[in-house]
Ligand binder design. Structure first.
Ligand code: PMP
Ligand code: GLU
Length: 397
């Protein structure tokens, strides 16, 4: 029997998580797979954050917390936004969820009516388009290219806006390209949006702290759009806390109220111990954030150098996050033992089977001529993985 909803049937599984799963299965069979598929820091959660969680258990923070999260955590996030981003949000404008993934999904389910258009610049993070589908919205994918560092121009944004446009999803620093929009580039996008007052901006800033070009810039800083920007962020990436599952939005009151209602019927507040840990992350010593960023930057440099040693692979230099998103078109159309590599997805399967390196085909990100490599791994593994990839690519004919 198959009696699933059309909504669910339309949904694709998460390719990032699927590749990671395949890599784990091969590893369990004893195969030496290097996993550069899933995007998560390879660092342990810093000790002072773990200590706060242990203390929270001892102090019996074992009850339901308020749906939007403990006031202490929301105050800490409000203070962080003020100090780090010069953005003023009251704690009532902040809502914590089970990862930024739920934050994004809450927002889309709260604002999208069937058929509403959502502008998604590609390459995009896998889950955006699936979440829009779940909300019965229509994805308006705008393709950007590597020669423009995969960034959307104001003209492209303008051209994509129609009377049905409900939202625009911006991700900077970007997963999967590592591109970072400068303050001027954000200002130019905000100028376009200023003339289109019905468009809500969903600004995914989860990689805020993994930025190699200096201060993080948020589109929420521009007065012309400020009252319709939803900032999405969380502790997963910057504080190496992916498994704790704490994300949040800072948003206009009406969006927060809607997400609060949805979340209250759906999952309630996120895990109470993880909230106490996240509070410690925001209020505690920030040295760990800088230390991890420096390590990622060193690996970025290493990956760029190694990728440049592979003939005909084209790259942009990532300015943030921990992904390299090479264009591998030169290898598409080639074959291995009679099997033709049509897209980045075929190539990523080939690399897993033949080179034992797990990465993610660009198809999942709306860019089938690319593959995504996460460099949140030890330097030796990166060197070995890139040598294996080079050897495997050169075997194609
Ligand atoms: N946005 C982007 C761009 C991401 O890469 C991720 C990582 N999965 C998320 C949101 C969600 O992060 P989390 O749910 O772990 O907070
Ligand atoms: N953000 C990570 C990635 O893109 C985690 C996996 C996921 O949540 O899809 O790989």
């Amino acid at each position: 029997m198959n009696n699933l909803s059309e909504r669910l049937e339309a949904l694709s599984p998460s390719e990032t998580l699927a590749m990671s799963q395949r890599s784990a299965e091969l590893k369990a069979q004893g195969i030496d797979v290097i996993n550069l598929s899933v995007g998560e820091p390879d660092f342990n959660t810093p000790d002072h954050i773990k200590a706060a969680a242990k203390e929270a258990i001892e102090q019996n923070f074992s009850f339901y917390s308020p749906v939007p999260g403990f006031l202490g955590l929301r105050k800490a996030i409000s203070a962080k936004l003020e100090h780090e981003n010069q953005l003023t949000y009251k704690p009532e404008q902040i809502l914590c969820s089970t990862g930024a993934k739920q934050s994004l999904c809450n927002v889309l389910l709260s604002i999208i009516n069937p058929g509403d258009e959502v502008i998604v610049p590609a390459p995009y993070w896998v889950s955006y388009v699936e979440m829009v589908k779940l909300a019965e919205g229509k994805n308006v994918v705008v393709h950007t290219d590597i020669d423009h560092d995969f960034k959307m121009t104001p003209q492209q944004l303008q051209n994509a806006i129609t009377p049905r446009t409900k939202a625009f999803i911006l991700c900077s620093p970007s997963n999967p390209t590592g591109s970072v929009y400068s303050k001027d580039e954000l200002a130019a996008l905000a100028d376009v949006l200023a003339n289109n007052p019905n468009v809500i901006v969903i600004s995914d800033e989860i990689y805020e702290h993994i930025n190699y070009v200096g201060k993080h810039e948020s589109i929420a800083q521009f007065a012309s759009v400020r009252d319709r920007v939803v900032v999405v962020n969380g502790v997963s990436k910057g504080y190496a806390m992916t498994g704790w599952r704490i994300g949040w939005i800072a948003a206009p009151q009406w969006v927060v109220a809607a997400c609060n209602k949805l979340q209250g019927q759906y999952t309630s507040a996120p895990n109470s111990i993880a909230q106490k840990a996240a509070e410690a992350a925001y209020t505690g010593d920030q040295t760990c954030v800088g230390t991890m960023r420096v390590a990622f930057e060193r690996r970025r440099d290493l990956m760029v150098q190694l990728a440049n040693e592979i003939p005909d692979v084209k790259i942009n230099i990532p300015q943030g996050a921990f992904y390299l998103f090479p264009d591998v078109s030169a290898y598409l159309g080639k074959t291995f033992q009679g099997k033709k590599m049509e897209t980045g997805a075929d190539l990523s399967s080939y690399l897993l089977e033949e080179a034992h390196v797990a990465c993610v085909g660009g198809n999942a990100f709306g860019a089938p001529s690319c593959i995504r490599l996460s460099y949140a791994a030890a330097d030796e593994q990166l060197v070995e993985a890139m040598h294996r990839i080079k050897a495997a690519l050169l075997k194609l004919s």
